[in-house]
Design a protein around this ligand. Structure first.
Ligand code: DQA
Length: 149
């Protein structure tokens, strides 16, 4: 089965965007990391990035309609802190969501401390850089296995 990995605005700039906060790896590096690790866990990966809020909503609705994806790993970037629309889309979707952030959002500006995504996520991983995506895949694999029992 497939894990949908969705990345929000400005994550296309990873590698050169505030590397002291987000690291030197590019989004393509993270895609490769995810594809490799998912394969070890027996998952395919559908890895996407958009700068547009509505596109994230469309993708979550697509996952809901298809009903075939094992889980969603979501780094909604700045929309994490602002998007009721994304929260509503996720609330209408049965697929388990694991929230990821590269940086530790709780160590940063107060406006990053609140997450709409956390209201519907099974859990959240932040502060471990790209390794957070690997941790999220492990968490999803466990969850999927326990739901099958
Ligand atoms: C982020 C944290 C957000 O606050 C920020 O807007 C991002 C990236 C992270 O991965 O650390 O763009 O989601």
């Amino acid at each position: 089965s497939t894990v949908l990995i969705l990345n929000g605005p400005n994550l296309n700039l990873l590698g050169t965007r505030q590397p002291e906060i987000y690291g030197r790896e590019t989004l393509d590096d993270i895609r490769a990391l995810c594809t490799d690790h998912a394969a070890r866990l027996g998952f395919d990966v559908d890895f996407r990035q958009t700068n547009h809020e509505g596109t994230l909503v469309d993708w979550v609705q697509e996952a809901r309609a298809a009903g075939s994806c094992a889980g969603i790993i979501l780094n909604a970037a700045a929309y994490t802190h602002t998007s009721v629309a994304l929260l509503d889309a996720l609330s209408a979707c049965e697929t388990p969501v694991v929230e990821v952030h590269l940086s530790n959002i709780h160590k940063r500006e107060p406006f990053r401390h609140h997450s709409y995504v956390s209201k519907v996520a099974v859990g959240m991983i932040c502060g471990f850089g790209s390794h957070g995506y690997v941790l999220a895949l492990d968490a999803l694999a466990r969850l999927v296995a326990s739901r099958k029992e």
